[in-house]
Design a binder for this molecule. Structure first.
Ligand code: IMP
Length: 425
């Protein structure tokens, strides 16, 4: 397949990094289309672990062009930190390009994220605190600062002063905190701007021409479908478009050029932050999944909420993303349970429903209706052929496939690249 989009199927943290890293082998361009340093990918190559937040996972392949596209919001300090860490481990990062149109996350965005969460009190979203929402807010309000301006020393100080004039009114008069100092911010960020200048480029054109000349493009999703600002569980969502359609926004490729859309799901469900989560297990099962699956945030270290696989949410994700393939991961985490469950419907106000309500009010009243399958006890972590999986594990895979009506073409049994089963359904 030429152009492939990878998305998270549900609420994020599906371990998309491993698949993206694997697919990047065969691609010429890897594009990260949205989000910021709120995301976290862990990629394990030759037993070396790389924790990436915003740098595309394709960076580990020096011959692959890695693009941070227009839809991303980039925190300069965190991004430069990531680059320096990678360079320290021998990754040159010469294959990186950043869109001049990507918006910059500035210190007042982080501060506003924190102040807004405090203001919301019990209704807080549980954001990652990385300034993502406020940065997208400025983008939509057309008062944001973009990378092209940020790396221009003749422009950035005046653009910042202009923006800060308004932000300081908000900080002092609405939130009652001290104003920020423009000169101090410029002094702090200028060394980062100098390091990033060499990467800034017209990436949409670069990607479009690459595709036109027959190059293969991989779109690297961050966050996940149910965190999409439109399709997700609003308001407990992020402020960008992590669903598959987002891959065409500001990247340089149109919808007709996408050949394959793969969603990554775990064999169970997790969520971080607030918001309804019908299959959550606030009990020993949830604790066991968390410990076995090391379900703690890559970015924030927060323990993730864990539960049985929400097949209702997964089917919704399959429909709204137009999936061609499902990648079912973390099969090793479910080893040892006597029985495993998949939610295939919900009870809502006394009626059984099959479709996922994407509004918080109805979703929070839903009770899952499960199918229960026998578990498997055998270690699956070194199995590379589908037929060698324990029968009950295969029955689980096939039940998910039947319910979602999307072929499960890959099954993952561990964190390493080689712990993946490719399957023809
Ligand atoms: P924000 O993106 O920091 O504004 O957070 C909004 C919501 O999205 C919160 O519930 C976060 O926990 C969630 N979120 C943001 N990024 C990720 C991610 O990469 N994985 C999982 N959840 C995320």
């Amino acid at each position: 397949m030429a152009n492939t989009v990878v998305v998270g199927a549900m609420w994020g943290d599906e371990s998309k990094g491993k698949l993206i890293d694997y697919l990047a082998h065969d691609k010429d361009v890897v594009v990260r289309w949205g989000g910021g340093s709120n995301a976290g990918h862990t990629v394990v190559v030759d037993d070396q672990e790389y924790k990436l937040h915003l740098v595309p996972a394709g960076i580990l392949h020096p011959e692959t062009l890695c693009v941070v596209a227009d839809g991303v919001v980039l925190d300069p300090a965190s991004f430069v930190g990531e680059l320096e860490h990678l360079k320290g481990r021998g990754i040159t990062c010469e294959n990186l390009k950043i869109s001049g149109n990507a918006h910059v996350v500035l210190p007042y965005h982080r501060l506003m994220d924190e102040l807004e969460e405090k203001r919301k009190g019990a209704k807080a979203i549980g954001t990652t605190g990385r300034g993502i929402g406020p940065a997208y807010q400025d983008k939509a309000a057309r008062i944001g600062i973009r990378m092209r301006e940020f790396v221009d020393p003749d422009l950035f100080p005046s653009r910042l002063a202009e923006a800060l004039e308004f932000k300081n009114q908000l900080l002092t008069k609405i939130y009652g905190v001290e104003p920020l100092d423009a000169k101090q911010i410029v002094d702090e960020l200028t060394p980062h701007a100098e390091k990033l200048r060499q990467y800034v480029d017209d990436t949409a054109l670069r990607v479009a021409y690459a595709a036109k000349s027959g190059k293969k493009v991989l779109f690297e999703g961050a966050q996940a479908t149910l965190l999409d600002i439109d399709l997700g569980t609003y308001p407990y969502v992020t402020s960008s478009h992590p669903a598959a359609g987002g891959a065409c926004i500001g990247t340089g490729l149109g919808p007709t050029q996408i050949d394959q859309i793969i969603a990554v799901t775990k064999s169970y469900s997790t969520r971080v932050g607030a918001g309804a989560f019908p299959t959550e297990q606030l009990n020993a099962t949830g604790d066991l999944i968390r410990e076995r699956g090391a379900e703690y945030g890559t970015t924030t270290g927060r323990p993730r909420r864990c539960g049985w696989l929400d097949g209702v949410a997964l089917r919704y994700s399959a429909l709204v993303n137009g999936l061609t393939d499902l990648y079912l991961g973390h099969m090793d985490v479910l080893v040892g349970f006597d029985e495993v469950k998949i939610a295939t419907a919900y009870m809502l106000d006394g009626k059984q429903i099959e479709d996922f309500p994407s509004d918080q009010a109805r979703l929070s009243r839903c009770e899952p209706v499960y199918i229960t399958l026998p578990g498997w006890k055998e270690d699956v972590s070194d199995i590379t052929e589908y037929d060698k999986l324990p029968g009950n594990a295969r029955r689980f895979v096939e039940a998910v496939e039947k319910h979602t009506e999307v072929p499960i073409t890959m099954v993952s049994t561990g964190r390493r690249r080689d712990q993946t089963i490719f399957r023809k359904p």
